[in-house]
Design a binder for this molecule. Sequence first.
Ligand SMILES: Cc1cc2nc3c(=O)[nH]c(=O)nc-3n(C[C@H](O)[C@H](O)[C@H](O)COP(=O)(O)OP(=O)(O)OC[C@H]3O[C@@H](n4cnc5c(N)ncnc54)[C@H](O)[C@@H]3O)c2cc1C
Length: 458
Amino acid sequence: MSRHTIAILGGGPGGYEAALVAVQLGADVTVVDSDGLGGACVLTDCVPSKTLIETSNAMTLLNRSAGLGIASGGLATVNAARLYERITDLARAQSADITARLAAEGIKVIKAKGALAGPGTVRAGDAEIKADAVLIATGALPRVLPGAPPDGERILNWRQLYDLTELPRDLIVIGSGVTGAEFASAYQALGSRVTLVSSRDRVLPQEDEDAANHIEDVFRRRGMTVLGRSRAQSVTRDRDGVTVTLEDGRTLTGSHCLLTVGMIPRTEGCGLDEAGVKVDARGFIQVDRVSRTSVPGVYAAGDCTGVLMLASVAAMQGRIAMWHTLGEAVHPIRLDHVAATIFTDPEIATVGVTQRAVTAGEVSARVLKLPLATNPRAKMAGVHDGFVKLLSSPGSGRILGGVVVAPRASELILAVSMAVEQRLTVEQLAQTFAVYPSLSGSITEAARKLMEFTRDTP
Ligand SMILES: Cc1cc2nc3c(=O)[nH]c(=O)nc-3n(C[C@H](O)[C@H](O)[C@H](O)COP(=O)(O)OP(=O)(O)OC[C@H]3O[C@@H](n4cnc5c(N)ncnc54)[C@H](O)[C@@H]3O)c2cc1C
């Protein structure tokens, strides 16, 4: 029997994770990638930003160290050149690891810009690849605000930050979604003066309201200027700085401006129209829950589909596409169990049913919120901010969702995520051992309090 042939456009998590699954199942796999394996995830977005945030976390700790009894001889400062070099070195090394892994698995990689060229055909430079199935995983690009084209020096998108030679002295961040909040938090900790401009009432408008209000309060307490209901109209620059003009006529000045106003699909020139692949009103490729597009044999995964723009989701969509096309048993993707984190300080991690869905009457749930300030380990570490929130079904007592706002909430959320995925009840979580003293003790304590609440409420 001849081997199935798979062609994958894009070598980010959507593409390379799919390639690994397909080759494991015996397929002949070719990945066409233009910018480097690992994709924007590894080279410019997720990995570099999280590496920057590791340094900003260390700064926060150092600057809090006096309260822990450490005499450090003044404020720690950042060596920007060294910091950015570390970030880009680490990203390149991660991309090299992925390249080596794909080569070792026998996956062909073509470094070129590719496009669909008829049914089951991909063109990559001079090469034409015939394939039984094609996966498009070309990612997305930073949206440009009309009136504020980035120049890479003072008006920047997040992919241009690491080319700077210094820390922005006075940074204006436009956009208070996840990316804007993460960079505002990080640069504030690194020593920049930060102004965060939000067009909405509050930062992180799509997230848990308690968590968003909490982080906004933390930002303000630490000296950040947060401007709500302020829509930026244009950004101009002179030699030493930038001027941001808001729609209501106010102006702000700073040394640099970072634009975080969303993403657009990176599908131009991919031959979607010619092949008849349907896109939505914003240009994202339409897919079903097993990653099929409107054209038989053509799948899509990751940011180019606009489905929850997370590396973990991109990778799962890519794997599902391969399991489906190669005839494996496959579960359609479930987005209601995706665990996600906003890497501010403190971090905000979420999973499952949201309080917004409960308030809107879409789901019936009991909600319990427990501040972290009473947790003994938090006291020892000098942590005053944060909370644990659990949501449970009033009938079955099952854990439906949760929010953790804490240092390393990205790690702590696993316990709640397992409870949601494995359909554990409040009692089962409450009876689980947590280490004493530990921040995770607040998760089991919240479950115990939810049990009392469940007993008391008819
Ligand atoms: C600042 C920031 C921080 C983030 N942090 C996190 C995080 O902490 N956790 C998380 O889960 N997610 C995070 N994300 C989201 C995550 O980076 C994306 O969801 C992920 O990169 C999507 O993977 P992808 O494979 O769809 O696309 P990408 O990673 O963008 O990869 C696409 C690849 O396709 C290639 N390509 C594009 N067009 C073509 C073409 N025509 N021919 C050949 N190759 C092509 C590109 O060169 C690229 O290598 C973050 C995003 C941003 C912006």
